[in-house]
Write a protein of this length. Structure first.
Lengths: 174, 261
């Protein structure tokens, strides 16, 4: 009988912080806030992940990447579990993740605008009845306009800066 | 070890299964319709937006049909249910299988559906069946974006040029007789509502009327009078269009059963 020393949960979280998002590789899965729990079930490590969008094709790749990264650290048995509720919100993206998004050219989600299904209140906030602005990640100008509700992935919208004229992605709030 | 849920306790499993099929089939068929625009939309941004909306809907389909298969308990997966049922077994609203038509018609169909979908999902967040509530919580966030977008486009095109206005009014008049089905109560709906699993379809009507009337007024479009309303989709009686959708959607699994890649 061999006694195997299991890595600590803290170490595992540190390793997960190095697993990049496949679509936006500058941020990690923990920056995104999609890893909800890490726990041992006997000799199996259970990693609970919540999807960003129901149909996001990256979800499968993310699960594979997490499993591979943990296998490489010597954890042989990994089980990925999906947790739908509470539903993922962009409010869970870490402060560090927001800075990384901005440096990468994607305007990070603006706090407190998460949809949360409350359409009308949000529509009011977004329709100019508040001082909400999406700043250009390139020049910082707040004179920007929305081109389309959707961008290159479901989680982003397309914007354009009216000052430097640069088109950019905005990581929209849900 | 599974906790007793409302489904197991009080409600007929078959009624819940049928309900889940209707939620999944609406998302699947409309998602497929939207995907038909991929590479053909009038502007790149619209093409991307439609593909993304389709992606959300297909993702939701996996959740609804996955749970349907789980509750049915015969080992059928979401893929099995999507690819191995024929038209008579589909439970989607007739509205979702209407052909795309011109872009205005696609946008109008989307708005009429999104308004209902958003209200329905919002109500389902309080479902006594926790697995349904969890899917609704996730999907309602996506649906709120769909509604924001389709509502905005209906207003822009309705209150746009003479040409766009005419086309949007024609689309509205053409699709209106397919909206009544969303609010018709079937026999099993009362049972589901009594158990708190899902709202009675008719209970969503007032909210939908208000939402639609407000947008149409801003779009300078004339709301048609409620006349004869087509029905049957929720019981598997479909228009001829669904067969063509399924012929394309299910082709691969029909020709090469069990194919994977």
């Amino acid at each position: 009988m061999v006694t195997v020393t299991r890595p600590s949960i803290k170490d595992i979280w540190r390793w997960l912080a190095e697993v990049p998002d496949p679509e936006i590789p500058v941020i990690s899965v923990t920056d995104l806030g999609i890893v909800r729990d890490v726990a041992w079930d006997g000799d199996t490590l259970v990693v609970t992940v919540t999807p960003t969008y129901s149909g996001c094709p990256a979800t499968t790749v993310i699960n594979l990447d997490i499993e591979r990264a943990l296998n490489e650290k010597g954890i042989e048995s990994v089980r990925l579990e999906r947790q739908l509720s509470p539903a993922w919100t962009t409010d869970w993206i870490s402060a560090e993740g927001r800075e990384k998004l901005k440096a990468y050219g994607i305007a990070p989600p603006v706090d407190g605008t998460a949809a949360d299904g409350r359409l009308l209140e949000r529509a009011e906030r977004l329709s100019g009845r508040s001082n909400l602005t999406i700043a250009c990640p390139r020049c910082g100008s707040t004179r920007t306009e929305k081109i389309s509700q959707f961008g290159s992935t479901p989680c982003k919208a397309s914007y354009r800066c009216s000052d430097c004229l640069e088109p950019f992605d905005y990581f929209k709030c849900i | 070890m599974a906790s007793a849920t409302a489904t197991e306790a009080a409600v007929d499993r078959a009624a819940v299964f049928e309900f889940l099929l209707s939620m999944g089939d609406n998302a699947l068929i409309l998602g497929h319709r939207l995907s038909e625009w991929c590479g053909h939309a009038p502007a790149l941004e619209e093409d991307i937006a439609l593909a993304n909306t389709a992606l959300d809907l297909i993702g939701q389909t996996q959740l609804w049909l996955g749970l349907a298969g789980e509750i049915e308990g015969k080992g059928r997966s979401a893929d099995d249910l999507a690819h191995h049922r024929d038209a008579l077994e589909f439970r989607n609203l007739l509205l979702t299988e209407r052909p795309n038509g011109d872009y205005g018609k696609t946008v109008m169909r989307q708005f009429l559906f999104d308004a209902w979908h958003y209200l329905c999902l919002t109500a389902l967040r309080d479902s006594s069946e926790t697995r349904i509530a969890a899917i609704a919580e996730k999907a309602s966030k996506e649906a709120s974006y769909h509604l924001e977008r389709s509502r905005d486009l209906v207003i822009r095109l309705g209150d746009g040029t003479a040409e766009s206005h005419t086309r949007m009014q024609a689309a509205l008049d053409d699709l209106w007789p397919y909206t009544g089905e969303m609010f018709m109560n079937e026999a099993s709906d009362a049972e589901l509502a009594a158990a708190g699993v899902a709202p009675q379809p008719a209970s969503l009507k007032n909210g939908w009327d208000a939402l639609v009337a407000e947008a149409l007024a801003e779009a300078t479009l004339k709301k048609p009078v409620d006349g004869y309303m087509h029905k049957g989709g929720k019981r598997g009686v479909h228009t001829e269009h669904l067969g063509y959708v399924l012929a394309e959607l299910q082709f691969l699994q029909r020709a090469y059963p069990g194919a994977t890649w």
